[in-house]
Design a protein around this ligand. Structure first.
Ligand code: NI
Length: 155
């Protein structure tokens, strides 16, 4: 298990556009493993590669209760979305804060897995929110730019 350092708000890498992954290799497989370890250790439900300083289009998500349903999305693209949900959101790169964001309530995403096989995934509710939040990171967008009203500082 190897933990990566999570970059926090103010780090310019969080505002940059990530590049597609063109082939799988040992380095990227290790990155995936490390990102999962880092996300679980931080009790997060998602983590994007730029959050650990790597500008690649890769995110990991796990919204399950037990933290045993990891989802790996490489070069993900949202191909369908529907509905809307408004709720509290936070980010491992913006520690101690949260804010209300409106997102689609349903998304369908097309991505590659760690074998570089293409697949599609549908998500509702929290999973849809996590997908949209993490994909924003790949385009250098933090949820704080989408918050309605004030950011809440959590004690
Ligand atoms: Ni985030």
């Amino acid at each position: 298990m190897a933990l990566r350092n999570i970059r926090v708000e103010g780090d310019s890498i969080l505002g940059k556009i990530s590049k597609p992954i063109t082939e799988m290799n040992e380095k990227t497989l290790t990155l995936i493993e490390d990102m999962l370890d880092t996300m679980y250790e931080a009790n997060g439900v998602g983590l994007a590669a730029p959050q650990v300083g790597i500008l690649k289009r890769l995110v990991v998500i796990d919204v399950s209760e037990e933290g045993d349903e990891p989802i790996i999305l490489i070069n993900p693209e949202i191909i369908d979305k529907d509905g809307s949900q408004t709720g509290e959101e936070g980010c491992l790169s913006v520690p101690g804060k949260s804010g209300v964001v409106t997102r689609a309530n349903y998304v369908k995403v097309r991505a590659f897995d760690e074998n570089m096989d293409v697949f599609e995934l549908e998500g509702n509710g929290l999973l849809a929110r996590a997908i949209q939040h993490e994909l924003d990171h790949l385009d250098g967008v933090l949820y704080t730019t989408k918050v309605e009203g004030e950011l809440t500082v959590n004690k």
